[in-house]
Design a protein around this ligand. Structure first.
Ligand code: SF4
Length: 156
């Protein structure tokens, strides 16, 4: 819902704190999920993630979440799905050229990012969307990626 999405941007710092509170827990739990079977865990995790993030961010389940770098404004709500900043069509009042009733998600991303502790994260260049991940859990993907990275660092 649009009004809740705007609330999320306004409260991006609190949501950032929630994210960084749960992230280590998800990474810590990853070996258990691997033991159970990633495919088995994927479905309940996907449903949980969808329920939570659809309500708060109008999440489109792209499977590669970048909210922590975009001020808690989901770039997949951009009609052009642009992942690295606004197009040239942002109106002077900060609204979208395609949906004039909606503020540009990147204007919102900047607003949210400036409230966050890691405000510089918005400068990171994001990879293009990999549509093969669509509909899958990005929480699980992040946990797997971070767990693997930490293990390889420990081994080095
Ligand atoms: S970036 Fe992707 S996973 Fe994150 S809220 Fe947006 S659609 Fe959902």
């Amino acid at each position: 819902m649009y009004i809740i999405r705007q609330w999320s941007v306004t409260h991006s710092r609190k949501l950032e704190a929630v994210y960084y509170f749960f992230e280590p827990l998800f990474i810590w739990l990853f070996p258990l999920w691997r033991l159970i079977g990633r495919e088995r865990v994927e479905k309940p995790m996907r449903l949980l993630e969808k329920a939570a993030k659809n309500l708060i961010f109008d999440c489109q389940m792209c499977g590669q979440c970048v909210l922590s770098s975009t001020g808690m404004s989901c770039p997949m709500n951009c009609p052009k799905s642009i992942r690295n900043g606004p197009c040239g069509g942002v109106r002077l009042n900060g609204y979208c050229e395609v949906k004039p009733e909606m503020r540009c998600v990147w204007v919102e991303a900047w607003r949210g990012s400036q409230k966050m502790k890691r405000s510089e994260a918005i400068q990171q260049v994001q990879l293009p969307v990999n549509f093969s991940y669509r509909g899958s859990s990005s929480w699980l993907r992040v946990a797997e990626k971070e767990y693997t990275r930490q293990k390889s660092e420990d081994a080095a």
